[in-house]
Design a protein around this ligand. Structure first.
Ligand SMILES: O=P(O)(O)OC[C@H]1O[C@H](OP(=O)(O)OP(=O)(O)O)[C@H](O)[C@@H]1O
Ligand SMILES: O=C(O)c1cc(=O)[nH]c(=O)[nH]1
Length: 490
């Protein structure tokens, strides 16, 4: 198994653990029981690392050696790192804590060192130089890339808390701290990006989780640095009770009994996870939109206020009749709402394999353009009919055959419009396995796409939309039932 995320998930599930043990040997701190009889420091440190790995291998989801502690020992230190890595069972992933960040050619050399010399499964990276500084790391398939988002050190706020405007959201949200900009951008740099978020600032977790709902966070700062374990877990865990890798180095390695220390921390983490998961899966006591993020509820209400949801008698693209119609073409006339919708698409895009996105004509074209800007992804679009003049193209924009394309559509009824474009894209040699829509009208489109090998992801369903409108008093329960009856085929 060479993919970091698969290894991480498998180890986490097998060992029932989100605990990562840091292997950061310092000669002066080495407990005397590991000292080598002949005074060989490196041999003593290796014995120490071996003891910690042997004592904890069935209790962790990962190990994290920080390369600084090995480099500080010179050439023998790098050999110590190599031997330490060889001690780690192959099914447990290794995150090499190297905090690399440099221009392209240097980054490529760093990436070779991490992934080819030390064969790490994942690495920590600094975002300061921007996207192209991680490209060389991202080129290694299936390696984890943990980008520093909010660090655990006392001066972390000096730059990371600076509040900065984002031109894409200027008119609808106040300036955001730099770490939020980093989280938002980095998760779109590669599907293999996770974030480093320190436990010494638990108040940052909620906001970071909101902009990176699916990402894994590597969490330093528990133990010797005094981080807040429970606060961190409560604010940072995903709804599935995973998504955090809690690191402890000194707290485990310097303990009299490293196994007992690791077991204790793993169990503490699991106790909070258990209550978190039961809270996340608890029935919402009839509260219709209990699971839906407030931003999405807001988006639905604003669509209604824009007049995008109408009731009457309409004929659809598929030829069906419908007692309601959702006109997302109106989004172009309210740019702030368009940006909000684009951010919701971008959240779903995160985590999908995607070389470029493809817009479906016509309603989705401005939406796909906004998604391209929000997610910083290149865009192509299909035409309903090839042009009879100019370049005569059926697909606009540039692409390479073999690239993975995620389709962006406004909404799905039968799925016919998406399938027509998917055929065009596949005929051009592109790979299409996923489509994202804002609204699934729940009329069989998702199933039709699945039969053609395309997974449809929706920001929300018709049912969820109706629930929000009814709860807000904007739709009568009778109208809601009438529409639900219609989509059930009644
Ligand atoms: O899932 P389906 O049954 O294909 O229905 C959904 C499609 O219908 C609408 O397009 P339409 O062709 O009406 O309008 P447009 O040209 O403005 O996109 C909508 O924009 C979707 O593309
Ligand atoms: O199925 C369609 O054609 C369709 C439905 C809808 O609600 N809105 C829309 O633009 N098209």
């Amino acid at each position: 198994m060479s993919n970091f995320w698969e290894k991480l998930t498998a180890a986490s599930e097998k060992n029932q653990s989100l605990l990562c043990v840091g292997l950061d040997p310092v000669p002066e701190q080495m407990p005397p029981r590991y000292a080598s009889a002949d005074g060989d420091i490196i041999a003593g440190l290796l014995k120490w690392n071996r003891a910690v790995v042997e004592a904890t291998a069935d209790l962790v989801c990962a190990y994290k050696p920080n390369i600084a502690f090995y480099e500080a020992l010179g050439t023998p230190g790098l050999e110590l790192l190599r031997q330490t890595l060889a001690l780690i069972p192959p099914e447990i992933p290794v995150i090499l804590d190297a905090k690399r960040g440099d221009i392209g050619s240097t980054a490529a050399a760093y990436a070779r060192a991490c992934f080819e010399q030390f064969r790490a499964d994942a690495v920590t990276l600094s975002p300061y130089l921007g996207r192209d500084s991680i490209d060389a790391f991202a080129a290694y398939q299936g390696k984890g890339l943990f980008v520093l988002c909010h660090t655990s050190n006392p001066s972390a706020g000096e730059f990371q808390h600076l509040e900065i405007a984002d031109w894409r959201t200027l008119d609808r949200e106040p300036n955001q701290p730099l770490y939020i900009h980093v989280a938002r951008a980095a998760v779109h740099w590669s599907p293999n990006v996770g974030l480093v978020v320190g436990a010494t600032y638990p108040e940052t977790f909620q906001a970071i989780r909101q902009v990176a709902p699916r990402a894994w966070f590597l969490v330093p700062g528990i133990g010797a640095q005094g981080g807040d374990l429970e606060g961190t877990l409560r604010a940072g865990l995903r709804a599935d009770g995973a998504g955090l890798i809690i690191n402890s180095s000194r707290g485990i390695c310097l303990a009299e009994d490293p196994r007992a220390a690791a077991q204790n921390l793993r169990d503490q983490i699991n106790r909070v996870r258990a209550t978190h998961q039961s809270a996340a899966t608890a029935p919402t006591s009839g509260a219709p939109s209990g699971e839906m993020r407030p931003q999405l509820q807001q988006l639905i209400l604003e669509l209604a206020s824009l007049g995008a949801i109408q009731f009457g008698d309409f004929t659809l693209a598929s030829g069906r009749r419908s007692p309601f119609y959702i006109d997302l073409r109106l989004l172009v006339s309210r740019p702030s709402l368009l940006a909000q919708a684009a951010a919701a698409y971008a959240d779903l895009l995160n985590g999908l394999t995607c070389d470029r996105i493809a817009g479906i004509p016509y309603a989705a074209l401005p939406i796909a353009t906004a998604v391209a800007l929000a997610a910083d992804r290149p865009l192509i679009y299909t035409r309903k009919e090839a042009k009879g003049h100019g370049l005569g193209k059926a697909i606009e924009g540039s692409w390479q055959p073999g690239e993975q394309v995620v389709v962006i559509e406004d909404l799905i009824t039968s799925g016919g419009s998406i399938l027509q474009s998917v055929e065009q894209l596949r005929a051009a040699g592109l790979v299409v396995e996923d489509a994202i829509v804002l609204i699934d009208r729940e009329q069989g489109g998702k199933e039709n796409l699945a039969a053609a090998g395309v997974r449809a992801h929706s920001v929300f369903t018709l049912r969820e939309m109706l629930d929000v409108l009814t709860a807000a008093g904007q739709l009568s329960p009778a109208k809601r039932d009438e529409v639900l009856n219609y989509i059930r085929g009644g």
